[in-house]
Design a protein around this ligand. Structure first.
Ligand SMILES: [Zn+2]
Length: 495
């Protein structure tokens, strides 16, 4: 595309003064969103599970030209949604070439640009910004300063140019002015010091700010979006009231409402398309991995305030695949099929994502992690095998049968041993696995049955992954896991 290169050319193009003047960034977002809604286009491609909850509220916020905040626990795709807002920015935005704050060629706010236009007129050079270049993001921390965010007086600039200290020529711009005519996102807003929040508010409200006591006029055009942990945000005194008042919409995010939705997100995000081996991830492995996160979000031993990120099942799945991949490489197997044993081996991808409460700390992250996997296995097992008679298999172990199934064990040898367990292989029909399936697939499925029985304490298993008879529990041979996940209930927004 041949874009106009000077102010004069710009005036005679589609970017005419009439088309651009008075069209702030929020008007632009609104216009582009309306166009997408008319065409029934997906607004946030790749954001799963928010179509009926979060997305409509964001759409409303943009249509209302609001600054808005996403409130949610960690790993709820908040930053991702904010970044996706570039989808509703123009493909090309003209600005005065070289201007640090991307001045509008028709209405520059910085003094150097105004002087350039006065001197060179229509010959002033014009450059363009892509949507990505117009998105600026900052993680708030208590040590963020006015200088970082808004700017500083640069004494060297002042000395060199012979300017007055408070002249605009001497300002070294911070992040917010550099986001002029774009989107500025602040993550974890409550971590921003009160003084900085005041500065932010003044800029939003008046376009004026004081830097080191000097008043600077900066009528910026910025769409401000934020994210925060809901408890931090609502805690008294964390956000100064006038700033809170200027945030038009508070939108609550949430974790996946169902295991299926979680699986969809994890499948999309986890790195699975690797070079080399053919990969088959059984459905029950996906379910177990997802249920670990669901279980953790309900577990008393884990801190509810910080939540359990969707990154837990994502990294877990990546590690599960890697463990299976390692096994396949060692045994020269063509097909990589993860097993439950690979999930236990993926503990390092789980423990770091759990913020433990006191009780959890006492037991240790490893213990808590293993318990979560075991409970997840029991629940996934029930999906396929609840009510299925497994007595024959249990009996085989009760009569002294033992089998070791190391997570590193090759599929061929493992299958021979598993076939020795009476009644086991024919049960795999419930998983749609039969004798004609790949060895790796059969082994994974049979191991899932044994792990399920172990999770229900019907058979035993030690640290070396030797399955044995279980401890005798005559009264309750099968303790069902009755408690299913509660369905997700969106919390009502405050407004
Ligand atoms: Zn400028």
């Amino acid at each position: 595309m041949n874009l106009p290169r000077t102010l004069g050319e710009l005036r005679r193009s589609n970017f005419s003064e009439e088309a651009l003047r008075k069209r702030g960034v929020k008007d632009e977002m609104r216009d582009n969103l309306v166009a997408k809604l008319r065409k029934n286009e997906q607004i946030f491609p790749g954001i799963v599970g928010y179509d009926d909850t979060v997305v409509p509220q964001i759409v409303n916020a943009i249509l209302s030209r609001h600054n808005f905040i996403l409130l949610g626990l960690r790993g709820q795709a908040k930053s991702r949604i904010l970044r996706a807002l570039t989808n509703v920015l123009d493909a090309q935005t003209p600005y005065i070439a070289g201007c640090e704050i991307h001045d509008d060629p028709y209405a520059p706010i910085c003094k150097p640009c105004r002087e350039r236009i006065a001197r060179d007129g229509d010959a002033v050079e014009v450059a363009y910004l892509t949507p990505e270049e117009r998105y600026v993001e900052k993680l708030a921390t208590p040590d963020v300063t006015i200088a970082d965010l808004i700017g500083d007086i640069d004494p060297i600039k002042a000395a060199r140019g012979g300017h007055e200290l408070s002249s605009e020529m001497t300002v070294h711009y911070g992040l917010l002015p550099r986001a002029n005519r774009g989107i500025f996102a602040i993550n974890e807003l409550p971590d921003l010091a009160g003084k900085i929040q005041v500065g932010l508010f003044n800029i939003m409200q008046e376009g004026d700010v004081q830097i080191k006591g000097y008043p600077i006029r900066l009528p910026l055009d910025v769409a401000l979006v934020f994210s925060a942990n809901p408890e931090d945000y609502t805690a008294r005194g964390k956000i100064i009231t006038p700033l809170k008042d200027r945030i038009g919409s508070e939108i609550r995010t949430h974790y996946p409402a169902s295991v299926e939705e979680g699986i969809a997100i994890t499948s999309q995000e986890a790195w699975t398309a690797r070079n080399g081996h053919k990969l088959h991830i059984p459905k029950y492995v996906q379910e177990v991995v997802e249920r670990i996160a669901f279980g953790a979000r309900e577990d008393k031993k884990i801190d509810k305030r910080s939540g359990v990120s969707q990154r837990l099942p994502i990294s877990c799945m990546e590690n599960v695949i890697s463990n299976a991949e390692r096994r396949a490489i060692r045994h020269e197997e063509k097909l990589v099929v993860p097993r439950i044993g690979d999930i236990y081996a993926a503990l390092p991808a789980i423990t770091g994502k759990l913020e433990l409460e006191y009780e959890g700390e006492m037991k240790g992250a490893d213990f808590v992690g293993r318990e979560l996997i075991r409970t997840a296995v029991a629940k996934a097992y029930d999906v396929y095998f609840k009510g299925t008679d497994m007595q024959q298999i249990v009996q085989w172990f009760d009569l002294g049968g033992e089998i070791q199934l190391a997570d590193a064990a090759g599929a061929n040898d493992a299958l021979v041993s598993l076939r020795g367990i009476q009644g086991l292989m024919e049960k795999l029909v419930k998983l749609n696995v039969g004798p004609k399936d790949a060895t790796e697939t059969q082994v994974s499925a049979a191991e899932f049955v044994l792990e399920g029985l172990h999770a229900h304490k019907r058979i035993g298993r030690n640290e070396e992954r030797v399955f044995t008879a279980g401890e005798k529990q005559p009264k309750h041979p099968e303790k069902p896991f009755e408690r299913e996940e509660l369905p997700y209930r969106p919390r009502r927004p405050f407004n």
